[in-house]
Design a protein around this ligand. Structure first.
Ligand SMILES: NC(=O)c1ccc[n+]([C@@H]2O[C@H](COP(=O)([O-])OP(=O)(O)OC[C@H]3O[C@@H](n4cnc5c(N)ncnc54)[C@H](OP(=O)(O)O)[C@@H]3O)[C@@H](O)[C@H]2O)c1
Length: 267
């Protein structure tokens, strides 16, 4: 069986995905770069080939288009050299749900959720057969702070967080790493595309994409399942997660809680 040294990255033409491409090539991975903008993908691929000597291929695809998505899935299914999937492609629709075009919201679900799910499903099948592989899902801190941004965007990112937490448990014992990365506001084109002026945001709240990705990869090296690049004290996340887990024994019981039962129902 060939060494599974290739990483397939979605959303590699810009921002966080382009930085991951750079860092993963420098870590010795060959790359398959997926996004719509073929010109930008080719320019990045040429630079990385020249600077790192790695094999870098471009696979242009619109992940909101089913035929394109199926082509990327097919590549994941057929290429035994792929040992890492970075589910990074995403769009953000800002503002209240009711003020947003529902077709645009649906496209966001198609890219942020459906494409990520289908690609993870295909990649993990191969990883399980091989007993090794790494799945990285780029979520967002908005998975934990849904009140701060568009409802559907934060919902899509919560999907990726829960998917990652659940898969981490489901795949324990198969030699597969699963990591959810929860960036805070990061300096990329995403904001402008969402109609938000990054210059108006407080600079001390915006991280450079390079620093974000380096932190995320450091988190991967540390064996983290959830990496929040800006969180100063890891214990804050552990406490949050422990509180969630502590609900466990009482989340599903035969009887409703006493406060929901008619007064006098003591049975
Ligand atoms: N920037 C932030 O503050 C921030 C914070 C938390 C999480 N994130 C997440 O980080 C990820 C990367 O975002 P970014 O900030 O790097 O944004 P970005 O600079 O806008 O890059 C988005 C990438 O996704 C690709 N993409 C968008 N629609 C696509 C489609 N239909 N098919 C294929 N590729 C598509 C874009 O390429 P093409 O246009 O060439 O297709 C681009 O490569 C996203 O999942 C985002 O939700 C970002």
């Amino acid at each position: 069986m060939p060494t599974a040294n290739t990483a397939l990255l979605t959303g590699a033409s810009a921002g966080i995905g382009a930085v991951y491409a750079d860092r993963l090539a420098r870590r010795g991975h060959d790359l398959i770069l997926v996004a719509r903008d073929e010109t930008r993908l080719n320019a990045l691929a040429a630079r990385l080939r020249a600077e790192t000597g790695r094999v870098v291929e471009v696979l242009p695809a619109d992940l909101a288009s089913r035929p394109d998505l199926l082509r990327v899935e097919q590549r994941l299914r057929q290429d035994a050299s792929i040992g890492m999937l970075l589910n990074n492609a995403g769009i953000a629709v800002a503002g209240p749900m009711q003020g947003s075009d529902v077709d645009r919201l649906e496209a966001m679900v198609d890219i942020n959720i459906t494409a990520a799910l289908r690609l993870a499903h295909t990649a993990v099948a191969n990883f399980m057969a091989r007993g090794a592989g790494t799945l990285i899902n780029v979520s967002s801190v908005l998975a934990l702070a849904p009140e701060r941004f568009g409802a559907v965007y934060s919902g899509s990112k919560a999907f990726l967080l829960n998917l990652s937490l659940s898969l981490h448990t489901e795949l324990a014992g198969f030699g597969i790493r699963v990591q959810a990365v929860l960036p805070g506001a990061t300096r990329t084109e995403l904001w402008g595309k969402a109609g938000i002026d990054m210059a108006a945001m407080p600079a001390d709240r915006l991280m450079d994409a390079g620093e974000m990705v380096d932190a995320a990869l450091a988190g991967l090296d540390l064996g983290e399942v959830v990496t929040i690049p800006s969180l100063p004290d890891r214990a804050d996340w552990v406490r949050f997660d422990d509180a969630r887990l502590a609900l466990g024994p009482n989340l599903s019981l035969a009887r409703a809680a006493a406060r929901y039962r008619a007064t006098g129902d003591a049975a």
